[in-house]
Every structure is written in C-alpha cells, then in structure tokens.
Design a protein around this ligand. Structure first.
Ligand code: FAD
Length: 318
C-alpha cells in the first residue's frame, strides 16, 4: 500500500543521510528517512578526524544524529530496507523489504558503500581497529607502533611511505616478489621502510588487537596496525535499478556519478556520501548530505514556482 507523497525520501541514515535529513527538516520538507543500520564505520571504536567529535564512538554519533531529527516534525525516520524502486512522472515509488511502498518527489541515495578488503584470515575481527584502510582515520591511534602495509606495486610504495608519517617502523608486505622500480626501492630504503615478500598466513593478537603478522613459513613479525587496500562497491543494485549512471574511480569501483550539486544522471535522484564519494570520510559525507539536501530544496522550490530548475552556479546563490 502506498502512503502520502513526501517531498523527499532519504535512503540511508549514516553521516550523509542524517545530515541531509537535518537540512530537509529545518526547511520543513516532508521527509522520510529509511535506514537499515549498517553504517560502514560501525566496527571502529571511534571516528578519527571529525571536528567536534574526534574519537567519538560511531554508535553514539549516529544515535545523537537521530535524536536531533526529533525536533523536526516533517521528518520521519524508519528502520527498514529499500529493495527496489521506479521513476514516475511526478517522482519515485520505492519498495521496502516489508512489502510497503513509499512515494516522493525526490530521492536522495545516501546508502554508503560495501568496503571489500583482502581475504586474509583475521581481518574481519580486527577491521576498523587494528586493521584499517585509511591512515587518516586510524593512524593516530597506532602512532609509533610497528606498522604493516599489505599491498604491492606503486600503490604499496605510496602507502608505505605515507604510513611513515605515523611510525618509523613500517614494513611493506608484498606477499610475493616486490618487483619494485629501482627508484621506488631507493625511496623505501631512504625512508627506512622494510620490504617482506613472504606470503602472510594470518594475524595474531587478542580481542581485535594486532601484535604480529604470521607468515606461511611459520615465522612472525611484530605489527600493531595493518593498512590494507579496499575497493568500494554498491551495497545493492538499487542505484542502477533506479537508472543512475555509475563510474569507476580510484577507490570506488562503482560510484554513483553526480554533478557538483549531487544530482545523479536521473532527474530527481540525488546521491551523497560514500555512494558517490571520491575520498570517503564522515566529514565529507556530512558536507555532501548537507549540500545535496539544500539543492533538493532549491529544486522543489523552483518546480513549485515555475522557475528554471537549479542549474550551474546554483551553489553560489546559497
Ligand atoms: C571500518 C571503517 C572505519 C572508518 N573510520 C573512519 C574514521 O575514523 N573517520 C572518517 O572520517 N571516516 C571513517 N571511515 C569512512 C566513513 O565511515 C564513511 O566515509 C562514512 O561513514 C560514509 O557515510 P555514508 O552516510 O555515506 O554511508 P554509511 O555510513 O555507510 O551509511 C549508509 C547507511 O545506509 C543504509 N542503507 C544502505 N542501503 C540501504 C537500503 N537499500 N535501504 C535502507 N538503508 C540502506 C546503511 O545500512 C547505512 O546505515 C571508516 C570506514 C570504515 C569502513
């Protein structure tokens, strides 16, 4: 059964979706936020590098984001999952996993991404704590510890040199012949980065901590933090199914393409946060959600008054 048409449905209540809902609520837009509660950094102990909330637990951060929305009567927050949807002349109809359907004039995808890391035993239970993909998020917590970088090629060299910002003791773990360009080998040596080519067999340390990496030959090397490569994928086919174009980027294998105003290739459909981001971060997702929501309000206002839809240069008018 379909319910009343909303101005906007926000799919996802992570940093991007909550930030967008706050802006939409403050602009008195009839907004439904639907969230399946799997924000990508939930495994981490704290959020690193978020002004005003540095080190705060993700659980507490998302709970207060939800609390703030209660002040805005036009916003409804619902736990659930959007499993499909279609574009209609006046907007969108979205299908939820519980069989209900919701309609809105605009949809904002803030669904985050699935971070895929290497298939190494022991990563899952340490993910976001002692094993991480982003040194800006977790490097500080592991400063001055022996650190490892699981990677190879030019990316491995670059990430190992980057990790030297946080520790003098960095090892590049290439799991096979490093095959380094002579100039890169020289750079690593100059920076004091060790290179270990042995296949890594597992990770050691209790309760989500890391004390050492173990090798297939039975040896182990002390390690307090391990940087691993990830690729980001869509969590579901929803964006594609709705008709949004995807693009491959450096880190995100399937980012939703957006213009500077967070509009996707499909009129009426916006996207913000990891789902369309080049460099994922909580601060970036908050900023994107905020701007995307403001642009949605501009667009609805333009539509209501027969103005030219918000176009290039619209950001300058805020
Ligand atoms: C382990 C880890 C640690 C990190 N640590 C940091 C850090 O310390 N500092 C930092 O700045 N960044 C960190 N990041 C990156 C940061 O978490 C993300 O960039 C940011 O959370 C993205 O926010 P988002 O709102 O776009 O997506 P998310 O936070 O992933 O939220 C998306 C929400 O949408 C929901 N959703 C998805 N699909 C549907 C659907 N079909 N229907 C309904 N709901 C749906 C999800 O369940 C989720 O709740 C970390 C990432 C990871 C993986």
């Amino acid at each position: 059964m379909e319910t009343t048409q909303r101005d906007c449905i926000v799919v996802g209540a992570g940093a991007a979706g909550l930030s967008a809902a706050l802006v939409l609520g403050r602009a008195r837009q009839r907004t439904l936020v639907i969230d399946s509660g799997r924000q990508s950094n939930r495994d981490a102990d704290g959020i690193g590098g978020l002004l005003g909330h540095d080190g705060r637990s993700p659980t507490s951060f998302y709970a207060s984001g939800r609390d703030e929305l209660r002040a805005y009567p036009s916003v409804e927050l619902r736990d659930g999952e959007v499993v499909g949807g279609e574009r209609r002349e006046a907007g969108f109809a979205l299908e939820l996993a519980d069989g209900s359907r919701e309609v809105a004039r605009r949809v904002l995808l803030a669904t985050g991404m699935d971070y895929r890391y290497p298939a190494l035993p022991g990563i899952a239970e340490r993910w976001g704590r002692s094993v991480f993909h982003c040194p800006f998020c977790h490097g500080w917590e592991h400063r001055d510890e022996p650190l490892g970088v699981l990677d190879r090629g030019a990316a491995g060299v670059q990430r190992a040199l980057l990790l030297r910002v946080w520790s003098d003791d960095v090892t590049l773990l290439t799991e096979g012949p490093a095959e380094l360009e002579p100039a890169d080998a020289e750079r690593l040596e100059q920076a004091g980065v060790a290179v270990d080519e042995r296949p890594v067999s597992g990770l050691m340390g209790p309760d989500g901590t890391l004390t050492a990496v173990s090798f297939a030959d039975g040896d182990a090397r002390p390690c307090g933090g391990l940087l691993v490569p990830v690729t980001l994928h869509q969590r579901s086919p929803l964006a594609e199914q709705l008709g949004a174009a995807l693009a491959e980027r450096a880190l995100t294998a399937e980012a939703v393409e957006v213009d500077p105003m967070f509009h996707t290739s499909l009129p009426g459909l916006s996207a913000a946060g990891d789902v369309s981001a080049q460099m994922p971060s909580v601060a970036g997702a908050i900023a994107a959600g905020h701007s995307a929501a403001a642009m949605i309000v501009h667009g609805l206002m333009a539509e209501a008054h027969g103005l030219t839809p918000v176009g290039a240069g619209a950001e300058d008018r805020r």
